[in-house]
Design a binder for this molecule. Structure first.
Ligand code: ATP
Length: 286
């Protein structure tokens, strides 16, 4: 089997006496999007900081594109894109100047700043100062900056947190497109819809540990309970019956409840990723 783009085995990290990451293992294949879903303080940022060499793990192994990571490694950094919550953009420069500045730092000879500004939908504001940009525009510029050098691995910390739906969608589309082109993506979020929509696989992270790691579909099928709610009218009365669909007798129960009167509505419901997260960890995502 070929080496995954991101390989992590049993990493731990403590801030003084507080253990923030307690033995996390996972991998991400080229072109795959792995979503780290967990509440504040779960250990998501600490994990990413170790992967990008900002923090050195107390124990465990990290390999990015086959190269062992222990602290900063400029060779491998050139092949990574990183977008963190901190907004370290130059506010007095325009969006385009910001990208050109970082392109020089990366040593890029022919940066495709115009193309990327178009991709993140900032082309018509490219010459305006970043100080006049909205939160969503600044975040899109951060993503543009992370993509400027065509990274093979992309790390995104809460990429759409607090953004309007239009900016969020623009960012999701870019992430999906890059993954389709072969970039491995690790993103963190505490938004279950984001994790569900964007990720090929989702890791539930809480108290520095991974509780589950699978496709959103498998997580829902193996841990969630599906139900159907049938509302019928019998004379003046409206009756509602909830029928578990994973029950062997589901078909019979559905037929029986539907024959008791005039069927008004039938809705099926499946557990959300947050429902499953709560049942596994005892915590909400907020
Ligand atoms: P958030 O979304 O709030 O950043 P997170 O899942 O990314 O949450 P981390 O930031 O990795 O979580 O934090 C994990 C734990 O480590 C938390 O208990 C946090 O308080 C603690 N922690 C994080 N950074 C530091 C630090 N610089 N010094 C001490 N403790 C820290």
């Amino acid at each position: 089997m070929s080496e995954p783009s991101i390989f992590v085995d049993s990493i731990t990290y403590s801030y003084g006496k507080q253990q923030a990451v307690r033995g996390i293992s996972f991998d991400v294949a080229p072109g795959e999007i792995l979503g780290f879903l967990g509440p504040n303080g779960a250990g998501k940022s600490t994990t990413i900081k170790m992967l990008i060499g900002q923090l050195i793990p107390d124990a465990g192994t990290i390999r990015i594109l086959g190269t062992p990571i222990k602290g900063h490694n400029s060779e491998i950094h050139r092949r990574m894109g990183v977008c963190f919550e901190e907004k370290n953009l130059y506010l007095q420069m325009s969006g385009k100047e910001n990208l050109e500045f970082f392109a020089r730092l990366y040593g890029l000879k022919h940066p495709e700043t115009d193309k990327i500004l178009q991709q993140v939908d900032l082309w018509n504001r490219a010459k305006d100062r970043v100080s006049s940009y909205s939160k969503g525009m600044r975040q899109r510029l951060m993503i543009a900056r992370a993509l400027l050098h065509d990274p093979e691995v992309l790390f995104l910390d809460e990429p759409t947190d607090g953004l309007d739906p239009v900016s969020s969608k623009a960012i999701r589309d870019i992430i999906t497109q890059r993954a389709q082109e072969g970039t491995a993506v690790l993103l963190t979020t505490h938004d279950m819809y984001e994790a569900d929509k964007l990720s090929d696989r989702v890791a539930f992270i809480n108290e520095g540990k991974i509780y589950a790691l699978d496709t959103p579909e498998n997580l829902k099928q193996s841990h969630g309970k599906r139900t159907a709610s049938v509302r019928i009218q019998r004379g003046e009365e409206i009756l509602e019956t909830i029928i578990p669909l994973d029950d062997e007798a589901a078909a019979l129960k559905l037929r029986d409840s539907m024959s008791e009167g005039r069927v008004l509505t039938i809705h099926t419901e499946e557990a959300t990723l947050e429902d499953i997260f709560i049942s596994m960890t005892g915590r909400t995502l907020q």
